[in-house]
Write a protein that binds this ligand. Structure first.
Ligand SMILES: *Cc1c(COP(=O)(O)O)cnc(C)c1O
Length: 293
């Protein structure tokens, strides 16, 4: 955990702490898995309990989830199958190369075929092809993933015994991490999700996850929909400038798909006087740095 210092924070009387989940790694030489480790942890225990030898999951060519599953498979002795959206490229992305190097078998599918990823019939056919497997959804969000995000909140509470955060802020893709955090907070602090996607659907997506999880949804949480910078993985020059300045000032690298947009939005809200003076804000650095390469 790291506290940020800046003239703006001093002026506004706000404490901004960063939970460095970007430093979560499965081994000394391994890659960093960020929030994808939180989401995988209990799924791996469940896969093991079910006697599964193989993990099968879905994702795009730049998916941090694909990278994390490949890493986890190698570290804990599961075979891994990655069903990838889109035809095989002439030159694999850094993420897919990394996944293949860690032993993941990559299965390319057309975009239209990939859309069937939640269709039980298509998934059964994949299991016939690749053998019995533990299935992880795209992005890794399921009930056990939300359980893993509770551990994140527990850790933060232990690290902040003297001044518990008033706000928990994080970037959202599927909204699974945010939903897990909201459920764990149980109304005792506010949570804000910064959507990395264009559109205004994230609030409903998170509400849906909370209801499937059986959590009280409360009203102690919000989505910020205006910091997507043009859409998922869109990176205008302004965002790169922000990432460079942030790194120079605080020594923390950000990824361009999620956490750069989170911190940009957060500082923008602080400038606009969104938070009461004296607030303690916990920003969760969910990782994703492998995707910068
Ligand atoms: C996947 C990811 C997210 C989004 O997490 P969700 O649980 O899908 O909302 C945020 N940050 C990083 C770095 C990620 O890799």
């Amino acid at each position: 955990m790291q506290e940020l210092r800046s003239p703006l924070l001093t002026e506004t009387g706000i404490r901004l702490l960063v939970k460095r989940d970007d430093l979560l790694a499965l081994s000394e030489n391994g890659g960093f898995c960020g929030n994808k480790w939180r989401k995988l942890q209990y799924n791996l225990l469940e896969a093991h309990a079910q006697g599964k030898k193989r993990l099968l999951t879905f994702g795009g060519a730049f998916s941090n989830h694909i990278a994390a599953v490949a890493e986890a498979g190698q570290s804990f002795g599961f075979e891994t199958i990655g069903v990838i959206r889109g035809e095989e490229p002439a030159e694999p992305s850094h993420t897919l190369q990394l996944a293949a190097d860690r032993g993941m078998q990559l299965h390319y599918t057309s975009r239209s075929e990939f859309r069937q990823k939640n269709d039980p019939e298509w998934v059964s056919a994949l299991l016939v092809k690749f053998g019995d497997s533990y299935i992880l959804p795209e992005g890794g969000t399921n009930k056990l993933a939300l359980d893993g995000c509770r551990d994140l909140v527990e850790e933060i509470r232990l690290q902040c015994v003297n001044a518990l955060p008033d706000y928990y802020c994080m970037a959202c893709g599927t909204g699974g991490t945010l939903a897990g955090v909201i459920a764990a907070l149980n109304g005792q602090a506010k949570a804000i999700g910064f959507s990395a996607l264009k559109g205004r659907f994230m609030h409903d997506a998170v509400a849906q996850l909370l209801s499937e999880y059986g959590a009280n949804t409360f009203d102690q949480w919000k989505i910020q929909d205006d910091y997507h910078f043009g859409g998922y993985a869109k990176t205008p020059p302004e965002l790169f400038s922000f990432m460079d300045a942030f790194y120079n000032q605080h020594g923390i690298p950000l990824d361009r798909v999620y956490t750069a947009k989170l911190f940009f939005g957060l500082f923008n809200l602080i400038e606009k006087g969104y938070f009461e003076p004296g607030s303690v804000i916990m920003a969760i650095h969910t990782g994703g740095l492998q995707g910068n390469s």
